[in-house]
Design a binder for this molecule. Sequence first.
Ligand SMILES: Cc1cc2nc3c(=O)[nH]c(=O)nc-3n(C[C@H](O)[C@H](O)[C@H](O)COP(=O)(O)OP(=O)(O)OC[C@H]3O[C@@H](n4cnc5c(N)ncnc54)[C@H](O)[C@@H]3O)c2cc1C
Length: 401
Amino acid sequence: MDFQFTEEQKMFQQSLRDMLEKEFAPIVDERDRKGPLTRDEAIGVMKKLKQVGVGLDPESIEDLLDPVLFGIIAEEFGRVWPSLLPLFGMGAIPAIFAPSASEEVRNRLLPRLERGEFIGCFAETEPEAGCDTSNLATTARLEGDYYIVNGTKSWISNATIADTAFVGVKDADTGNHTFLLVEKEISPFEATESPKLGWKASPTGEMFFDECKVPRENEMSLLMERAFSSGTLRIPAGFMKLLTSMTPVTAMLTIPRAGMGLASVGIAQAAFEASVKYARERVQFGKPIGRFQLIQEMLYEMNVLIETARLLGYKAMSLIVEGDPEARKYSAMTKVYGGEAAIRVTNMAIQIHGGMGISEEMPLERYYRDARMMTIPDGTSEIMKLISGYSILGKGFSAYR
Ligand SMILES: Cc1cc2nc3c(=O)[nH]c(=O)nc-3n(C[C@H](O)[C@H](O)[C@H](O)COP(=O)(O)OP(=O)(O)OC[C@H]3O[C@@H](n4cnc5c(N)ncnc54)[C@H](O)[C@@H]3O)c2cc1C
């Protein structure tokens, strides 16, 4: 068995870590507290990351489609600034389809992608359709060459700064669930911010579609057909196996879900590193608190949770690389285990830091708030457990269908 990254993966991880440490670590606590990034700030972030090959342009996005590299990106972002992850994790979904969009939309999006000025979102959740996405109320009515979209989406990452959205809709004629690529200037929509506990710098909001006119060519099955026939989308063989053995959206979500698990590992790692340092330095009863067995027990537990979640996460990613049918279960398990592990680890990190743990002078309270976010977006822990249960038991055992 091989538990090591390749040399290339190690170099990528190091250059990304160096960049995050240099550019973002010094400002993260102050900037995160101020709330959602503006569109200009988000574009500034994307341009910096493009320098180390992390981007949504057609060339860089191939790295995001490499599950192990995406895992590394998620873990490193988690360690320094989890709020940045949705810019890439959610933005990647519309970006993948942009080169296959209708000509007018494509001409608008490709230069923006190349310049690192594209902000996308994936809009599925609705006020009455959270876990149950089979119950969408957003409709798309076909009129000639356009779909007319009406409905509201909630809790959408990047909603207020996105120029392009990949929007889940119910076809008003057939009742089928599909997605449309919606470019804001051609197909206008409104969005408002929804304040929340953690990931403070990540915009999250409601989106409103009112008779929004979207070119018919931007419907998902047509986008996929064009992407495959034109070769604009180079899908690795293993991931292609997943795309053809389950619904495309289910396959597409395996990467961000395992990514969320690994971003959780990154948050937990940062909290653990701070705790080890503090346990060595903080003196009580005449000795460093690290000499107390109860502190050592917490450090042991934190370390083993992190290592287990990391192994599970990269195992999920390697199963996605291979196109293994177990990939869906492992990505679901990674998301639950990583998220729950990060909550426990950051909670213990606060305990080890005593009063300083809950002070805004140190980042521990942010780690805890950011960790608490991880069990909800991209599928709650409960739904991930039910997906795992169904995958273990097989056909006929879905708990919610
Ligand atoms: C910060 C953030 C970012 C997000 N980003 C996006 C995004 O970019 N795009 C997007 O489309 N969505 C996004 N979401 C929405 C997210 O996916 C939903 O919040 C999530 O799917 C849960 O939906 P809900 O909040 O309506 O909870 P509900 O569906 O109302 O669930 C409430 C509770 O009931 C449980 N539950 C529901 N059904 C079952 C069941 N069958 N068995 C057991 N328990 C069940 C849930 O697990 C949860 O604990 C985001 C959410 C957050 C908080």
